[in-house]
Design a protein around this ligand. Structure first.
Ligand SMILES: C[S@@+](CC[C@H](N)C(=O)[O-])C[C@H]1O[C@@H](n2cnc3c(N)ncnc32)[C@H](O)[C@@H]1O
Length: 254
């Protein structure tokens, strides 16, 4: 009897497994290039690309001040999905992962992301680190916590609203934003090692969270010795919670 080889091949091919493998390969390819189909531009957009090329960690490896405060406010009794925007060399993202958060973190620098991955390996934690430019990268999945420290002054003024609204829309009810930003004050001169960012107007950050519970809003002036020359900064910090539609009444409410 004549046998159609193509037909045999068709009959013995497990299509569902092939499709699965194809989907896995596409996902792997996308992840190696960026995140979920997002491909960042190659061009360096910040002086940090060079600054992070040194062997030691430019910002050290100890978590920033806001990290413990966030941990106290959003204790991860279940694996909370946390996004860090502008994670630099990963010290804070790794701290959150070590404390039980499910962490995703991005920065525009390749050198920063490489070091961040190394730090996660040293501490044997999983962090989904990837390279992205916050100007053209938008969220398409939900997070319980969005955290960012020392980064928002890099957001172009004309994109601030759009970006903040995207982050707000992709925060789960009951979730939190923990953000700080450098603000301008007439009595504080531009720092000697300015990184090209544009400070926000004092109080501007808080206005984005009018509909949220502002658990903490503060403005602090502090001394800094980055670039080895003493100078001052002014910073606004917010810990804001997105309340569920009913104000969280079933959990005690507000
Ligand atoms: C002052 S550093 C803070 C780093 C980190 N958050 C920390 O506290 O260690 C500012 C960070 O913003 C990142 N950055 C600047 N412009 C960016 C952009 N357009 N998209 C994403 N990250 C950016 C820099 O690469 C740098 O890592």
């Amino acid at each position: 009897m004549a046998v159609n080889k193509n037909c045999m091949l068709f009959q013995h091919t497990d299509w569902s497994r092939m499709e699965l493998r194809l989907a896995e390969n596409i996902a792997r390819f996308r992840k190696s290039r960026g995140y979920m189909g997002y491909i960042p531009k190659k061009k360096a957009v910040t002086p940090y690309e060079e600054r992070y090329k040194i062997e030691e960690y430019y910002w050290g490896t100890m978590p920033g001040e806001m990290c413990l405060e966030l941990l106290r406010r959003c204790y991860p009794t279940r694996p909370l999905r946390l996004l860090e925007v502008g994670c630099g060399e990963g010290k804070d993202a790794v701290f959150f992962a070590r404390n039980g958060y499910q962490v995703t973190a991005f920065d525009v620098t390749e050198s920063g992301i490489e070091k961040a991955k190394r730090l996660a390996d040293i501490h044997q934690v999983e962090v989904n680190f990837f390279r992205a430019d916050l100007h053209d990268y938008r969220l398409d999945e939900e997070f319980d916590v969005i955290y960012s420290s020392g980064v928002f002054h890099h957001i172009l003024r004309k994109l601030r609203r759009e970006i903040l609204e995207n982050y707000i829309a992709h925060t789960a009810p009951g979730g939190m934003h923990a953000i700080n930003v450098f603000v301008e004050k007439p009595f504080i001169p531009v720092p000697p090692d300015s990184d090209g960012g544009e400070n926000w107007v004092s109080g501007e950050l808080f206005t984005y969270y009018r509909d949220w519970l502002l658990e903490e809003c503060r403005e602090t002036v502090f001394d800094c010795r980055s670039g080895r020359i003493g100078h001052k900064h002014c910073m606004d910090t917010v810990f804001a919670r997105k309340l569920p539609e009913n104000g969280g009444k079933e959990n005690g409410g507000f």
